[in-house]
Design a protein around this ligand. Structure first.
Ligand code: ZN
Length: 246
């Protein structure tokens, strides 16, 4: 079977993924209906001010998501993107920008991944000038506050909180990739809010073909995309990106 997206004909592909791609793995979205947290709780605990004032409460607030990662697996949507990257010719560029903090793309085998909002499976020091390197950790450590072995400040999850900037490297690399891509795919995101809404405009203004794959038409930014597909990413992506054999 040949997929519906002729990815063989593009020289540089950028994929942006949002919470919708991990929903098929049974991972609840951060917020919204059925989400892990209400908007009110997110605004109470998910901020840089809360982290400064009560770091262990913020830790305990996000810990269930890290805990949940132990029992979830990448789904066929994640795997289809990893296969796509592996099947490209050496001269074809590929960048996967994800807003998800779950690390499921890397576990599926994706290589060139930009984590726009960090990764909850990493821990780092809350002191920005500390030299302690972020490290991978899948334990929730709920029993006692974790402190930095170098400076003694509280440790924190390596995710972007409200009031914090997107990491500079992630911003720069994403911008570069979007400006030179000729195919832009947004998956599992409505395309109406930052960063997807900006990315699609930039990609189009640089001549890229743009495709949206999202669960529902409602709320989706249909007008900014050349093609739109509605349905679960874990079903649609394997069909749309199906491989070389006819
Ligand atoms: Zn430190």
């Amino acid at each position: 079977m040949r997929g519906k997206i002729d990815w063989q004909n593009y020289r540089s592909i950028v994929v942006l993924t949002g919470a919708g791609i991990s929903a098929g793995s049974g991972l609840p979205t951060f917020r919204g209906p059925g989400g892990l947290w209400s908007d009110a709780k997110i605004l109470e605990f998910g901020t840089v001010d809360a982290l400064r004032e009560r770091p262990f409460e913020v830790w305990r607030f996000f810990a269930p998501l890290r805990e949940k990662l132990k029992s979830v697996q990448p789904n066929p949507g994640h795997l289809a993107l990893a296969t796509l990257e592996a099947d490209l010719q050496p001269e074809q560029g590929f960048t996967l920008i994800t807003q998800n903090v779950d690390g499921l793309h890397q576990r599926a085998g994706s290589k060139n991944v930009i984590e726009y909002h960090g990764g909850i499976y990493r821990t780092r020091c809350s002191n920005r000038s500390c030299f302690f390197e972020p490290f991978e950790d899948f334990d929730a450590h709920l029993e006692e506050p974790q402190v930095c072995p170098f400076c003694g400040d509280p440790l924190r999850f390596d995710i972007v909180l409200f009031g914090e900037l997107i990491p500079m490297d992630a911003q720069r690399l994403a911008k570069q990739a979007i400006r030179k891509c000729d195919l832009f795919l947004a998956v599992g995101t409505s395309g109406t809010v930052f960063p997807a809404a900006d990315f699609v405009v930039t990609a189009r203004s640089h001549g890229a073909h743009t495709i949206l794959i999202n669960l529902e038409e409602g709320q989706s930014n249909v007008t900014s995309f050349n093609e739109v597909y509605f349905g679960p990413a874990e079903t649609l992506l394997p069909e749309l990106l199906a491989g070389k054999t006819d």
